[in-house]
Design a protein. Structure first.
Length: 117
């Protein structure tokens, strides 16, 4: 059972890394090709390290959310799950360049919408 969980987490991490690295090919024309490749490779490698920690945090948040449900109700349990599983899942080249921030803990959708205004 633990072996299949590790395989699933690795598959999720690899998929997120490949998804996140796709932004490397849409870089601006001012960057050289070797620089784009370096940032793309860096984002893949960084995501491969980061994603298992994020997945573990999300799984633990889901368990905690389930334990919170009987005592705090569905809204509180939803906030716990959103906080644990929301946020940044893939490290992109823009993150490595300092143009985007990593948000390990997610926030409520209403707060995200209000902060964008």
């Amino acid at each position: 059972m633990a072996n299949t969980l590790v395989k699933r987490i690795f598959t999720l991490a690899l998929g997120l890394a490949l998804f996140g690295s796709g932004t490397a090919f849409r870089a601006s024309a001012a960057e050289s090709t070797p620089e784009q490749v370096a940032y793309g490779a860096g984002s893949v490698l960084t995501t491969l390290v980061y994603a298992p920690f994020k997945a573990t945090f999300c799984i633990l948040g889901g368990v905690t959310s389930g334990l919170t449900l009987p005592f705090g109700g569905p809204q509180t349990a939803g906030k716990v799950a959103t906080s644990a599983c929301g946020g940044t899942w893939a490290i992109t080249p823009n993150t490595l360049k300092g143009r985007e921030q990593v948000h390990f803990v997610g926030s409520e959708p209403s707060r995200q919408a209000a902060s964008r205004r």
